[in-house]
Write a protein that binds this ligand. Sequence first.
Ligand SMILES: NC(=O)c1ccc[n+]([C@@H]2O[C@H](COP(=O)([O-])OP(=O)(O)OC[C@H]3O[C@@H](n4cnc5c(N)ncnc54)[C@H](O)[C@@H]3O)[C@@H](O)[C@H]2O)c1
Length: 230
Amino acid sequence: MNKKKIVVLTGAGISAESGLKTFRDSDGLWEGYNIEDVATPRAWRRDPKLVLEFYNYRRRNVLEAKPNAAHIGLAELEKDFNVTIITQNIDDLHERAGSTNVLHLHGEIFKMRSEKSYEPVYEIKGDINIGDMAEDGGQLRPHIVWFEESVPKIEEAIPIVRNAEIFIVVGTSLVVYPAAGLVNYAPWNIPKYIIDKRIPYTSEITNITAIEKPATEGVGELITLLANYK
Ligand SMILES: NC(=O)c1ccc[n+]([C@@H]2O[C@H](COP(=O)([O-])OP(=O)(O)OC[C@H]3O[C@@H](n4cnc5c(N)ncnc54)[C@H](O)[C@@H]3O)[C@@H](O)[C@H]2O)c1
């Protein structure tokens, strides 16, 4: 039997209950930093040491965090559905929960690359320091899409969303583009669900069911609703 295609767009809210802070819940500061100082190409040119320290700190946080019931619930959907997760998150909690098909739109905290090129990408579990060089002689930087940088994976994500048979959004404020624009590519007539502890503005999206709950609770409820589509 053909399994139905579920596509899930996730954001920082799904990892909040794993102890990883969301960006917009913290008054414009991210772990105490201004975004402009740590997550832009200009910040990297001005003070690469600060940028590396910020991501080294976040890498340690992610290493300590564990997948929560929302990550695990989405991974378990693979038993009955063909699931693709498109995440804005740079953590690996979907993978650690068992999801096998995860596309990271904004890069991955456990990867790094030369500041001079997109490839090759190297694994990194520890810190990146000034003076750590790639084979091409460029300083190594986190494999993260910073603000004002392009999002190459969006091209891969759009056709996946277009082919969805069920579309789910979890824990994203839907304000960071182009990721937020993906919701507009979901076919108008398929069932859609949005889970967020504060549902963002989505009035132009048809056929959508809002579950205004924390992700762990909301995904539990969603799984019950999805039983109708197995
Ligand atoms: N490139 C960078 O360095 C950089 C810097 C900052 C943000 N960003 C990107 O921008 C994106 C920001 O967008 P976002 O939408 O992912 O995060 P966000 O912080 O903008 O929004 C988080 C959403 O999660 C919801 N939420 C919080 N706790 C929740 C919970 N327990 N259960 C359910 N929902 C909960 C909030 O209501 C909110 O809608 C990030 O994913 C990140 O990739 C990038």
